[in-house]
Design a protein around this ligand. Structure first.
Ligand code: FCB
Length: 441
């Protein structure tokens, strides 16, 4: 490809379908779990609904222009399962396929590499009605979806990201009930966790079997933890935190098994295992996507069930999400995963910050976001120079969008979105990122 990325490095931005597309019931698309969840009272903090959102479905050409203006050489976005196969199973919806074909063709024409997430949390509701991720059959539903999508779109796709943050959608969606589909309970979580891992590897194998060229990866949520005191109890608490927050969806995939030593509660998942499952959940990914935003200080707490730790609030600057800002975290994560011999390549597939943005005379002076991105990128660069195979960095997000249970009030974008007019305005951070990519910063 004729892109000359600086030192072969990908500078990208990321989005996801449910957060930007809108047009939730247009051209054959049907409800995803987020459409249904957001209609329930009290689930979304600002009482908003993801549709019409940023209306990317209609304004995608404008968004591609914005990508070109930024000068990114990669764009990460996700496919909406309920747009492509509205009931979750069955024939592809030609209008859904044609939407993504047009988008992919426009990216190709502009030398922007598409990093396509297959599943970014928006399960078709009809599959949730059959148990969603707690039903083992989801493995074959997901494989069927992956297979059909790749047949229709694979020739335009450089790289797939199979799942986005399986820990988050299984824990918040099936254990704590604060994300769609809003279910609770340890058994639901353990089933969803195991099935997500199975589905991920089986789908990756299905794609690989028919598409030898494409690069396959997956994205995990990561949070670097630090011990409250350098004492045995806190250090062991930290190991449990790390097993849950960082290793749970990596170790089993690379053949190290579930981290049951740190988290014996995971043994309860064994009752949902079938023979050879532990082998089946392994897959040799070409790259791993790390999503990193914040850090935590961790302290032993005997009274917290299963994990026996709690997080301690530190006196550090914070984003609007109330996430502490500690750029060291992304460096430590890169060093940590860089030391896994099974991991060949790493991408920072999300990093960014929500701040309160105000339009003043047509401009958004988001200097705190610029600082955040600068500091984190410097840490990524440091890790890279020390030999960590990190090949790219994606800012979350191209534009402000539907921030799940927070609704639209959390703005992560490089572009400001006026939700009344759907107009996109580059924030100062967009200008800054553009200059950086051009090598001027
Ligand atoms: C991540 C999600 C992404 C976005 C950011 C802020 O956990 O993957 O969709 O909401 O957080």
């Amino acid at each position: 490809m004729p892109i000359a990325p600086k030192d072969n490095f990908l500078y990208g931005v990321a989005t996801s379908a449910a957060q930007i597309e809108g047009a939730a019931w247009e051209d054959g698309r049907l409800d995803s779990i987020w459409d249904v969840f957001a209609r329930k009272k009290g689930k979304i903090k600002d009482r908003s609904h993801p549709s019409p959102g940023c209306d990317h479905y209609h304004l995608w050409q404008k968004d591609v222009e914005n990508l070109v203006w930024l000068g990114v050489n990669a764009y990460r976005f996700s496919l909406s399962w309920s747009r492509l196969i509205p009931l979750g199973r069955g024939e592809l919806n030609p209008k859904g396929v044609s939407f993504y074909q047009r988008l992919l063709a426009a990216l190709r024409k502009n030398d922007i590499r598409p990093y396509v997430t297959l599943y970014h949390w928006d399960l078709p509701q009809s599959l949730e009605d059959k148990g969603g991720w707690t039903n083992r059959d989801i493995t074959s539903w997901f494989v069927e979806y992956a297979h059909k999508v790749d047949k229709a779109l694979g020739e335009f796709i450089d790289s797939y990201i199979i799942l986005n943050e399986p820990l988050v959608f299984t824990a918040l969606g099936y254990l704590l009930g604060i994300h769609a589909p809003g279910r609770r309970g340890l058994a639901n979580f353990l089933k969803a966790m195991h099935h997500a891992l199975l589905a991920q590897a089986e789908a990756a194998r299905a794609i690989r079997a028919q598409n030898k060229q494409v690069r396959l990866g997956t994205s995990i949520s990561c949070v670097m933890g630090y011990p409250y005191r350098q004492q045995e109890k806190d250090l062991r608490a930290l190991a449990r935190f790390d097993a849950l927050m960082n290793r749970l969806f990596v170790d089993p995939v690379v053949g190290r098994g579930y981290p049951t030593q740190e988290l014996p509660v995971l043994k309860k998942a064994e009752r949902y295992f079938a023979p050879q499952d532990l082998e089946k959940i392994c897959f040799d990914f070409d790259f791993w996507g790390i999503n990193s935003y914040t850090t935590k200080l961790v302290k032993y707490a005997w009274y917290v069930p299963y994990v026996h730790y709690r997080e301690i609030r530190r006196d550090l600057p914070r984003t609007e999400m109330d996430w502490e800002i500690e750029p060291q975290g992304i460096y430590d994560l890169l060093k940590k995963f860089g030391s896994y011999p099974e991991i060949k390549e790493i991408l920072i597939s999300e990093n960014g910050a929500a701040f309160y943005d105000e339009v003043i005379g047509g401009k958004i002076y988001d200097f705190r976001r610029i600082n955040y991105l600068k500091q984190h990128l410097a840490m990524v660069e440091k890790a890279r120079q020390e030999g960590v195979p990190v090949r790219g960095y994606f800012v979350w997000s191209l534009m402000d969008n539907f921030e799940w249970a927070e609704g639209f009030r959390m703005r992560f974008g490089l572009f400001y979105v006026n939700y009344e007019t759907k107009e996109r305005l580059p924030k100062e951070s967009a200008w800054w990122y553009r200059e950086l990519i051009r090598g001027n910063t």
